[in-house]
Design a protein around this ligand. Structure first.
Ligand SMILES: [Zn+2]
Length: 170
C-alpha cells in the first residue's frame, strides 16, 4: 500500500522523503515536491557566512541548531520566531520592507556586524517570515558562552550609530 504525503495527502509512488528533525513535519512521510518546495519560515546567517540556511516546515539546514515556531493566534498578525539551545536571543524587531525605516535597519545591521566582528562575538542573524509580505522579523542571536553583557552593550552602540547615520542623511 502506497503511503500518503503528510502535507498534500497524495499517494507517494516514488521515493519517500521524511521531514528533517527539528521541523514541523519531523520524521513524517512526504512526497519529493512537498519535501523540497515548502516555503521557508526563516533564513539563518551565521556570522559573515553569506550562505542562508533555510528552515521550512519540512527541512532544516541548520541541523538542530535553530528551530522555528509560529507566534500569534490572530491569523492577520502572526509570525515565525527562531529559538536555539546553542544561541541566545539578544535583539529582535519587525522590519517594514520598502518603508523609510528600512534605511535605519540597514545601517543598524551593518554597524552591529562590524562591532560584533571587532569584539569577536559569534553571532547569527535570523530573518523570519510574517503573515504580511511587507514585514519581516529580524532576530540577532549570540553563541552561548559569548560575553553577553558586551553583546548587549554593542547593540546599544549600533542603535545610536544607526540613529546618527539616518539623521545625518536627513
Ligand atoms: Zn506532498
Amino acid at each position: 500500500m502506497a503511503r500518503r504525503c503528510s502535507v498534500c495527502g497524495d499517494e507517494i509512488h516514488s521515493k519517500i522523503y521524511y521531514g528533517d528533525p527539528a521541523t514541523l513535519y519531523s520524521r513524517r512521510p512526504l512526497c519529493e515536491l512537498c519535501y523540497f518546495e515548502s516555503e521557508p519560515c526563516c533564513y539563518v546567517f551565521f556570522g559573515e557566512d553569506k550562505k542562508p540556511y533555510h528552515i521550512t516546515p519540512t527541512r532544516n539546514e541548520t541541523g538542530r541548531v535553530f528551530k522555528v515556531k509560529l507566534i500569534g493566534d490572530d491569523p492577520n498578525n502572526c509570525f515565525y520566531t527562531a529559538y536555539s539551545d546553542e544561541y541566545l536571543l539578544v535583539y529582535g524587531q519587525t522590519i517594514h520592507l520598502n518603508h523609510p525605516a528600512e534605511k535605519w535597519f540597514t545601517a543598524f545591521d551593518s554597524v552591529l556586524r562590524q562591532i560584533f566582528n571587532m569584539d569577536r562575538i559569534k553571532y547569527a542573524r535570523v530573518f523570519c517570515r510574517t503573515v504580511d509580505i511587507n514585514r519581516q522579523r529580524y532576530e540577532v542571536f549570540v553563541k552561548d558562552g559569548s560575553d553577553f553583557i558586551l553583546a548587549i552593550n554593542d547593540i546599544s552602540l549600533a542603535i545610536n550609530e544607526a540613529d546618527y547615520r539616518v539623521r545625518k542623511q536627513g
